[in-house]
Design a protein around this ligand. Structure first.
Ligand code: MSP
Length: 523
């Protein structure tokens, strides 16, 4: 991807039936790192997130709580979903709610266009519906219930019984698009990633597509079907369109042309909606299909997807209150290979916090700044020609290599790999300081040129780290950048040439980037 090109990235829009847990925050953080990286690379970046507010799931929750669905959604958005973004330092450019007029109006426009083009017809459907997924299920998607649901068929994701529904609805001729979708997966092997999700999607479509019921008549919490107001639009059909309506579809053609198409980061449970239904909808409307759909793995608890409905959800603040938002962001993206499932444990989190963030990175930064303060009164020394050895050349080479390697990993959405590559520089700089022993050089006036060269190299190295790590740990990177006397903000530093930074004039005192934490035996 070249500098200045457009990069439009989205998270799924979150159901407002409940408050966020760390699984939701994981999706946000992953998309945020990608957005921040591209922004810092100079790409024309747009990062969208938001909330999914229609449908039976929200309606039922609101009713059970004695309020209207809109009141419920307003409360959850204000008290839980918007605050989540601050809790984990999300840099979204827009936040869309599906109850906003800019969305509702243009969902109707889109649907009317499909109707006029002959892609919608009236039909009857009988099937098993999971309200948790807001989806009709095939028998193959169901499993035998256990415990209180023994003897019943339950949704494999929610472990709750499905409901047998029979309705007369409007249908979208999705089956018309099976061949074109298969050709798309074939021509663009990275359209759906990772490979495991791609394979599942391809075999799903190969089994043949049925048409999709896209309206509901039995309740009215949704967007009205424009030509028949006794129906509301199926919540997924409505929700998927957020990516287009927020980008200006129907309201700002110029913006839409600039941003479209998008990279969608979603959990693997909803990859089918994004990699099958969504491109079929776009093809029917004559719009470009997404740039990419990435189905990441789940955070597991006891081997199962963490979820509020199973009471296994952990609130993000439980972690950020103790460890801070940077550690949250770093931990989940580093400890779990993006694309695979991962388990969360307090022990692993605190071990990585201590070893990697506090001792590995934080301590390195503090020591270097402290030595420049002590030995040079805070003035960053210049490297002395003739005192430069292979050790310094190796550090420069590593800076260059990890910058390029991390950028290429980000391009492949391999976030964990990008962080691992950058960490090679953390480790190498730590080894370099240990070997060069600047504290010993400082004792010997004959080694003044070496001392200056070593600390100059170290300052440049940690400056490079501040620039490269800014998308992942924005708070710590900003503090470090200020302490290093870098010009402007760290986010303004071109990330693809991070290694070119030559150091500022003076360092300022640096507080501990990752202070020591006394962790009680939590959960
Ligand atoms: N509203 C739909 C998405 C519509 S997008 C047009 C939805 N919402 S959700 O709130 O249930 O889930 C939002 C995202 O959170 C999904 O990507 C889902 O995979 C993710 N996660 C929910 N639980 C999760 C884990 N335990 N682990 C990782 N991600 C998880 O689906």
């Amino acid at each position: 991807m070249s500098d200045g090109s457009s990069f439009y990235i989205t998270t799924p829009i979150f159901y407002v039936n409940d408050v966020p847990h760390i699984g939701h925050a994981y999706t946000e953080v992953a998309a945020d790192v990608l957005a921040r990286w591209h922004r810092q690379a100079g790409d024309d970046t747009w990062f969208l997130t938001g909330t999914d507010e229609h449908g039976q799931k929200i309606l039922r929750t609101a009713t059970a709580n004695g309020v209207t669905p809109k009141q419920w959604a307003d409360k959850l958005v204000a008290e839980a979903w918007e605050p989540l973004l601050a809790t984990i330092d999300i840099s979204n450019d827009d936040f869309i709610r599906t109850t906003e007029p800019r969305h509702e109006k243009n969902v109707q426009l889109f649907l009317q266009r499909l109707y006029d083009a002959g892609y919608i017809y009236t039909g009857e459907y009988e099937g098993y519906y999971c309200v948790g997924c807001e989806e009709y299920k095939q028998l193959s998607d169901l499993v035998d219930g256990t415990g209180q649901y023994e003897g019943q068929l339950v949704c494999a994701i929610h472990s709750k019984p499905v409901e047998l529904l029979k309705e007369r609805n409007y249908f979208f001729r999705m089956s018309d698009f099976a061949e074109r979708l298969l050709a798309l997966y074939e021509e663009r092997p990275d359209f759906v990633q990772p490979e495991s999700v791609r394979n599942e999607i391809v075999s799903f479509v190969r089994r043949g597509l049925t048409d999709l019921s896209i309206s509901r008549q039995t309740f009215d919490w949704g967007i009205k079907v424009p030509w028949d107001e006794s129906h509301v639009v199926y919540v997924w059909f409505d929700a998927l369109l957020n990516y287009a309506t927020a980008a200006g579809y129907g309201s700002d053609d110029e913006k839409f042309a600039r941003l479209w198409p998008a990279t969608h980061i979603v959990g693997k449970d909803i990859a089918r909606f994004h990699a099958v239904i969504w491109p079929a909808m776009l093809l029917a409307a004559g719009l470009e299909v997404p740039r990419q759909v990435y189905g990441h793995g789940w955070l597991l608890v006891g081997g199962e997807k963490m979820s509020k409905s199973k009471l296994t959800g952990i609130a993000p603040e439980q972690i950020t209150d103790t460890f801070g938002s940077d550690a949250f962001r770093y931990y989940f993206l580093r400890a779990i290979n993006f694309g695979q499932d991962g388990s969360f444990s307090w022990e692993d989190l605190s071990a990585r916090y201590q070893a990697e963030l506090a001792n590995g990175f934080g301590n390195l930064a503090s020591r270097v700044v402290a030595m420049v303060t002590r030995y040079f009164d805070g003035a960053v020394p210049a490297a002395v020609e003739g005192a430069v050895t292979d050790a310094e050349r190796r550090i420069r080479e590593t800076e260059r290599r990890v910058t390029a390697a991390a950028d290429s990993a980000i391009d492949r959405l391999a976030v964990h790999e990008a962080i691992a590559r950058i960490w090679e520089l953390v480790d190498e700089l730590n080894g370099y300081i240990t070997e060069q022993e600047p504290w010993a050089l400082a004792k010997d006036p004959a080694q003044a040129a070496r001392l200056a060269t070593v600390l100059n190299t170290a300052v440049r190295g940690i400056g490079t780290l501040a620039v490269l790590l800014s998308p992942v740990v924005p708070e710590a990177a900003a503090k470090l950048w200020t302490a290093l006397g870098g010009a402007g903000t760290v986010q303004q530093q071109p990330i693809r040439s991070a290694w070119e930074w030559e150091g500022g004039a003076r360092v300022e005192p640096l507080e501990a980037l990752f202070p020591r934490i006394e962790v009680e035996a939590t959960a």
